[in-house]
Design a protein around this ligand. Structure first.
Ligand code: NAP
Length: 465
């Protein structure tokens, strides 16, 4: 969705390094389309040694406005013509607007105002709240300032590195002339005093971001009993491990996607002197939400006979995804049956082929794909990491009895030839269980379920439909 460009088209963009995949162009170009403003928004990956050239360069090219992301939110400040008092207080800018005098750029912090607007939208107030902030980086500092400004009752700033939490707290407290922020070591969370209405907790670290989605700053469920609402500023994935734990303890949960949207909306409004309505913002939210959801590949792992092939075909149909079987892929590439590869080249050679084939798939970055993974793939750490690059990994857990019933007539599986089939299934499954668990984002039990029911359960746990 882009405006037609012509001689009057204005340029806005994002500077950062490395930029990777960013949703900002989609958001701004949609806003331009909706408001009929003749503007295009593009990413600019700026090398660290060129940051001093970036702002004068943008000015020379008459660029209308810029967003700034990691690692330049502080680094651009010396090159600004002027700075908004709020951004100055926070010590970080993420939006550059042409200065009214017409020369350089004026720096703003719409991360903070965008977060506030998104919290308001979700009905989350800060006044009189007891707040826990996890992290003490650039964003945590902006959120801490916001909490002080909006009259939060107590603000506990918990960070892995205590000195950083203390520095942020000391600076804000000195500026306010009172002890607003209480710094704490992250591992001391059990020392947080009990408060009658529980805490609002805002997760401001980058822990749990794709592709390390299983990571979480605090994994102790008792911590989550202390909170009534969990907000994670991470939005990729939409449901982080932090949000899952908060939800499991009965807290309300919100991802960082609305913050991302509203920091962009506020920037767009500053550049173009327009007001974006809630209806327009909601429409953009739907589009980016859909993009985040739809761009999750799926990898089904599990023992032979767990239904990976059939279930992946059902899912491919429902999601309009491309479906691939890792064994079939190797057979096609090698022009040989798997049983033949085992017989001629041995198992070790086959395992190497499996890893090579996974690596090729990961390099293709196809996000609308379901891979039915060979039963032994999850055993190698390198394969587990590659599978996570491909998408969400789902372990189809199946009891040895069910596997036996499903595969007992099958002559094509090399590992199952010979006597005592049931005993071998039990032994192999027991050996592999730990690796499947390590590889998996989600575990879905297949015993007593039809392939359709298993596919529906996968869609439910991954929120893909
Ligand atoms: P930052 O300045 O680099 O700070 C990172 C923070 O994460 C620090 O407090 C750091 O603790 C902590 N941390 C990192 N790894 C950790 C680990 N393994 N265990 C415990 N703590 C760890 O980053 P930032 O600019 O504040 O950004 C933080 C997050 O906010 C990012 O994930 C970003 O995606 C998100 N964000 C979201 C939006 C949005 O619109 N939704 C906007 C901006 C940023 P130490 O001090 O101990 O290193």
């Amino acid at each position: 969705m882009h405006n037609e460009t012509d001689g009057n088209t204005r340029i806005c963009g994002l500077i950062g390094h490395p930029l990777g995949h960013t949703l900002s162009p989609k958001i701004h170009n949609m806003l331009a389309e909706m408001t009929g403003i003749n503007l295009v928004y593009v990413p600019f990956d700026v090398q660290p040694e060129r940051i001093a050239d970036a702002l004068p360069g943008a000015q020379a090219l008459n660029i209308l406005g810029m967003n700034v992301t990691i690692p330049y939110k502080n680094a651009v400040i010396p090159f600004l013509e002027s700075i908004d008092p709020l951004a100055e207080k926070i010590g970080a800018v993420n939006t550059l607007v042409r200065d009214e005098k017409g020369n350089g750029f004026r720096g703003y912090n719409t991360d903070m105002t965008g977060l506030y607007r998104s919290l308001e939208q979700e009905g989350i107030g800060l006044a009189g709240e007891d707040v826990i902030l996890l992290g003490a980086g650039g964003v945590a500092r902006a959120v801490a300032c916001l909490c002080v400004m909006k009259g939060a009752k107590h603000i506990y700033l918990l960070n892995r590195t205590m000195e950083k939490a203390k520095t942020v707290a000391d600076e804000i407290n000195a500026a306010e002339g009172k002890e607003c922020i209480i710094p704490m070591r992250l591992e001391d969370y059990s020392g947080l005093p009990d408060v009658p209405e529980k805490y609002l907790c805002i997760q401001c670290t980058n822990v749990g971001m794709y592709p390390k989605e299983k990571a979480v700053v605090i994994d102790d469920p008792s911590f989550y009993q202390k909170i009534h609402t969990g907000v994670d500023l991470v939005y990729r994935p939409l449901k982080t491990e932090f949000l899952k734990l908060a939800e499991a303890s009965g807290a309300k949960t919100f991802s960082g996607l609305k913050m991302l949207l509203y920091q962009a909306v506020e920037a767009f409004e500053l550049w173009n002197r327009v007001q974006i309505s809630k209806t327009q913002a909601d429409q953009v939210y739907e589009a980016v939400h859909e993009e985040l959801q739809a761009h999750t590949g799926l990898v089904l792992i599990g023992f032979m006979g767990s239904g990976k092939t059939t279930v992946s075909q059902i899912l491919a149909e429902k999601l309009a995804y491309h479906c691939l079987d890792s064994d079939a892929n190797i057979e096609q590439q090698q022009k040989m049956k798997i049983s033949q590869i085992f017989a001629d080249k041995g198992e070790a050679a086959f395992r190497t082929l499996e890893t090579e084939s996974l690596r090729n798939l990961a390099e293709q970055k196809e996000r609308r794909m379901i891979l039915s993974a060979g039963g032994g793939l999850a055993l190698k750490e390198e394969n587990r990491a590659l599978m996570r690059q491909l998408g969400k990994v789902i372990y189809l857990k199946t009891s040895p009895q069910t596997v036996y019933e499903r595969v007992k007539e099958d002559q094509t599986r090399p590992l199952l030839q010979g006597d005592d089939l049931m005993g071998r299934i039990e032994r192999l499954e027991a050996e592999r269980e730990i690796f499947y668990q390590m590889a998996a984002d989600e575990v879905v039990v297949t015993d007593g379920r039809t392939p359709e029911e298993v596919a529906d359960e996968i869609l439910r746990v991954t929120h893909l439909l």
